[in-house]
Structure formats: structure tokens, C-alpha cells
Design a protein around this ligand. Structure first.
Ligand SMILES: C[S@@+](CC[C@H](N)C(=O)[O-])C[C@H]1O[C@@H](n2cnc3c(N)ncnc32)[C@H](O)[C@@H]1O
Length: 284
């Protein structure tokens, strides 16, 4: 299933499934890592690559940073556009489609920083796609600007294999409704992908009825050594590799969610071209 189709299916339930996240805290932590907090962020413009329903974009804008959210899923962006910025927020902007088109239309605008939160890079079909998107993001960053990217740690996926799960979610303003997500993962170790089979039920207890859909999502993960190689080939300097949410904490093989803090030190025109590189992982 193409990644945009999968996310289009989940767009309407995304905020319900992830209602426990502290988006304000996540956004604050990112602006600190990007060194765009406080006065340093004045006049800054941040890119949220794979912004989903746009929650972080609005949080950045509330803290005074102009923010642009980009996502390949039009349904995710439609959900984002339904939300209203709070009074006094900096400007927000959303785009969907092909990222290379978006970059072309930017006419040389440079972002002061970028984030890609919650495993967007793992949605890409192969490492070559990760590299070409990384290069496009880097080209859109001002010299010295930073990029925070969250990814699955392949070493941890191998050590602590994903298991089937059933999760229940309450629905805001609809006490009679409940979402149930059944996940059955299949790990393909050689390809370094996890194929997630989802069954998603919306129960209406008052009416004694339910609706459902099924979906399949493939996540491709790399090991830390492979990510380092990828980011360096993409022309980024790695400032930190850490356990998600805990800058400075080295990753172990049991930390599934990890993050990288990268910097665009490449102000020259010469940089790695995605076409010139061979990766350690063979694309599917
Ligand atoms: C797990 S969601 C994360 C959304 C958001 N960053 C957050 O933290 O809530 C992954 C998002 O990445 C988007 N995505 C996946 N591949 C993409 C690509 N190649 N370009 C842009 N967006 C992409 C999906 O459409 C989806 O909205």
C-alpha cells in the first residue's frame, strides 16, 4: 500500500490514537535543540517534514516561530487545516504532494531549522528515498541550521521484536464511542522492514454497531551505523544521537525510538548527490 494511501486512511483517527502525546513539550524540546528558543527564534521559520495533522506546526507557531508543515498525505494536511492557530501565533503554512515540487516552489527560501518527528523517514520505501529526501531538506536549510529527526532503531527492533497488540482509545466528545486498534507485525530481518497489519474498529456502544477498516503499513528501519552513514552522505553533521526525548543519552540495543540532531554545515554548492551513492542496505 503506498504510504500516502495508508496515512490518508488513518488521518481522521490519528489525533485520537495519539491523544496522550504532549505535543507542546515535544515542540519546546525541539525548538531548544534547534537553538530557536527565546530571542534566537525571532524571525525564524521552521519546516516540519511529515507534519501529519499539524499539531507541532501550531505549537511552534504559538511559541513565535513561523512554521511550514509538509506531508505527502492530503488527508493529513486536510485535518491540519481544520485546526485554527491561537491568537497571536506566528504564521503557519501547510503543503502536501511531492516534496521535490514543494522545494522547487520555495524559490530558494531557506528554513532556520527543521524537524521530522515520529518516524517519518521509516515510511520511505528504501534508503535511497531517505537519502534523496534528506538532501532536499538539507538544501532547504540555511547554513548552520539544525534538523531533528526521529527514527526506529534497527538494533532494538532485532533485539526486542515487535509483538501483536490490541489497544483501546476513548474518543473526545463522544463517550459512547471507542476505537480499537489490532496490530499484527511481521518482521523481515533481511530486508530490514516491519510489515504492520492493522485492523481498526470504531465501536458505537449506544447504537450497538461498529465500522472498521484494515490497513497495511511497511516501516523500513536502519541500524545506528547505517543512519550515521546515511546522514553523513546527505551532507549533514551529526551533533547528537540519543534516546528519543533524552538528548545526550547514548542509545542501546533496547531503545526502539531514537533521534538525531543534525546540522547543515554545507554552505558550498558541492554535496553528495543521491545518485552517486551505494548504501549498505539493498533497496527492495
Ligand atoms: C507517524 S506520522 C507522524 C506525523 C507527525 N510528524 C507527528 O509527529 O505526529 C508519519 C507522517 O509522515 C508522512 N510521510 C511519510 N512519508 C512521507 C514523505 N515521503 N514525505 C512527506 N511526508 C511523509 C505521513 O503521511 C504521515 O503523516
Amino acid at each position: 500500500m503506498p504510504v500516502a494511501d495508508y496515512h490518508d486512511q488513518f488521518a481522521s483517527v490519528f489525533d485520537t490514537i495519539y491523544q496522550d502525546r504532549d505535543v507542546a513539550a515535544e515542540s519546546r524540546y525541539c525548538t531548544e535543540l534547534l537553538e530557536l528558543d527565546g530571542v534566537r527564534g525571532r524571525g525564524a521559520h521552521i519546516l516540519d517534514f511529515g507534519c501529519g495533522t499539524g499539531s507541532h506546526v501550531f505549537a511552534f507557531a504559538e511559541s513565535g516561530l513561523a512554521a511550514t508543515g509538509f506531508d505527502v498525505s492530503t488527508a493529513m494536511i486536510a485535518q491540519a487545516r481544520k485546526k485554527a492557530p491561537s491568537a497571536g501565533s506566528a504564521p503557519v503554512h501547510f503543503e502536501s504532494g511531492d516534496f521535490s515540487d514543494f522545494r522547487r516552489h520555495q524559490n530558494g527560501t531557506k528554513f532556520s531549522g527543521a524537524v521530522s518527528l515520529f518516524n517519518v523517514f521509516n515510511c520511505m520505501p528504501n534508503p535511497a528515498a531517505m537519502l534523496s529526501h534528506l538532501c532536499l531538506i538539507r538544501e532547504g536549510l540555511a547554513p548552520g541550521a539544525r534538523f531533528v529527526v526521529d527514527v526506529w532503531n534497527g538494533a532494538a527492533v532485532f533485539a526486542d521484536e515487535p509483538r501483536p497488540s490490541v489497544r483501546h482509545f476513548s474518543v473526545e466528545k463522544k463517550p459512547d464511542h471507542e476505537l480499537v486498534r489490532i496490530t499484527v507485525p511481521k518482521l523481515e530481518r533481511i530486508e530490514q522492514v516491519c510489515i504492520l497489519h492493522y485492523r481498526m474498529l470504531t465501536l458505537n456502544r449506544a447504537a450497538g454497531s461498529f465500522t472498521e477498516f484494515e490497513s497495511v503499513h511497511t516501516l523500513r528501519f536502519l541500524t545506528p551505523v547505517q543512519y550515521r552513514h546515511l546522514f553523513e552522505m546527505g551532507g549533514m553533521t551529526i551533533i547528537d544521537e540519543f534516546v528519543h526525548g533524552r538528548p545526550g543519552t547514548p542509545v542501546t540495543e533496547h531503545d526502539w525510538y531514537i533521534s538525531y540532531l543534525l546540522r547543515n554545515d554545507d554552505s558550498s554548492a558541492s554535496h553528495t548527490s543521491p545518485r552517486d551513492v551505494t548504501l549498505e542496505v539493498v533497496p527492495r
